[in-house]
Design a protein around this ligand. Structure first.
Ligand SMILES: [Zn+2]
Ligand SMILES: [Zn+2]
Length: 259
């Protein structure tokens, strides 16, 4: 049943409310975590999913384990001071000022990403964006627009949609910030990040892949939106392209963080 719904959902790249209601009648919503009917992510699974809580590096939101930094964890809004950053960010500062994610990429959060990305369950984006909207309202970076991480044309065609764009559109509906989908372009497809072994390889993978269209008037601070943040190399490359085009400052929000 669930698989049929996913396939039916994947067929329609742009789901209307009416179409969603029809799907609800024919293939009821099931939780991707436990299979219970009624929601794509039930309240029990959501509360059992590990949160990406502080203490974390305010630059890249990686967990910070050293005892002297355990006291940190204040809001990174406005960009972190260099002293608070993790070792990695201090060595090589990402082009985005700060990143945040509500969940760790595990449990039901991982199932949700898989359903959205690989099973064609585009409708789960609304549920995922709700958690991101709560995170954003507490964080409050001074951003004026949402910029989804672009997907390679080939991948977008085979999936039927860009999952980051779906998340950005749902987030926009909830927070009121506009989506600037045409600001960033992806020049080429890259090998899947999961297959790139170390951080240097991940960075090399996305080097020069993104380009930003310069704007006639200043665009203000931007929020990059993605589904999963792994090493942060993709978000970094996107932010670099935006900054190189004279845009930004750039912040980043993902649904989940791979620790
Ligand atoms: Zn559940
Ligand atoms: Zn860091």
């Amino acid at each position: 049943m669930s698989l049929l719904r996913r396939q039916a959902g994947g067929v329609a790249s742009v789901l209307s409310v009416a179409w969603e209601r029809t799907l609800d009648l024919v293939f009821p919503r099931r939780c991707v975590g436990c299979g219970v009917f009624g929601a794509f992510l039930c309240a029990a699974c959501l509360s059992a999913t590990p949160r990406a809580q502080p203490p974390r590096c305010p630059g890249c939101w990686m967990p910070v384990l050293s005892p002297q930094r355990l006291a940190l964890g204040e809001s990174p809004a406005g960009g972190p001071a260099a002293a608070e950053l993790c070792e990695r960010c201090r060595t090589r500062r990402p082009a985005f000022k700060a990143a945040l994610c509500p969940f760790v990429y595990a449990g039901a959060a991982r199932e949700a990403v898989h359903a959205l990305k690989y099973d064609g369950l585009s409708a789960i984006a609304a549920t995922m964006a709700e958690a991101m909207a709560v995170c954003l309202s507490e964080w409050r970076p001074p951003v004026t627009a949402l910029v989804p991480v672009p997907l390679a044309g080939r991948r977008r065609r085979s999936r039927g949609y860009n999952q980051s764009e779906l998340l950005a559109r749902e987030l926009s509906r909830l927070c009121g910030l506009p989506v600037d989908g045409g600001l960033l372009v992806r020049r080429t497809a890259t090998p899947a990040q999961a297959r790139a072994a170390d951080e240097a390889a991940r960075r090399a993978n996305v080097e020069g892949v993104f380009a930003a269209r310069p704007k006639a008037e200043p665009a203000g601070a931007l929020l990059l939106v993605d589904d999963v943040m792994t090493s942060g190399a993709t978000l970094d490359a996107c932010a670099r392209a935006l900054v190189a085009a004279g845009l930004g400052p750039v912040y980043a929000l993902s649904f989940a963080r791979e620790d």
